[in-house]
Design a protein around this ligand. Structure first.
Ligand SMILES: [Zn+2]
Length: 82
């Protein structure tokens, strides 16, 4: 399986909830939003990237927005039965 880890795009990854930007993991569904108000979508995207949120793509799936824990789980070497 080819795994491509890339930066998220703002339009795919950031959702506005009650006027605040939010990222939600496509895998475990956990979401994070800023505790302070006045944070823009662009700033929140930068913060999410700094924390390890990424886009993950392979032949089998395309996740626009994945949290650091799930990125770790995907990147961890997978044992394949031959
Ligand atoms: Zn996750």
């Amino acid at each position: 399986m080819t795994l491509i880890i890339s930066k998220m795009t703002r339009d795919d990854a950031i959702r506005l909830a009650e006027g605040k930007p939010r990222v939600q993991c496509n895998c475990c569904k956990r979401s994070e939003k800023p505790k302070k108000s006045g944070i823009g979508a662009d700033e929140w995207l930068i913060a999410a990237h700094a924390n390890g949120w990424r886009r993950l793509q392979s032949e089998h799936f395309d996740f626009d927005c994945v949290c650091p824990d799930c990125v770790d789980a995907f990147v961890r070497p997978v044992r394949v039965a031959v």
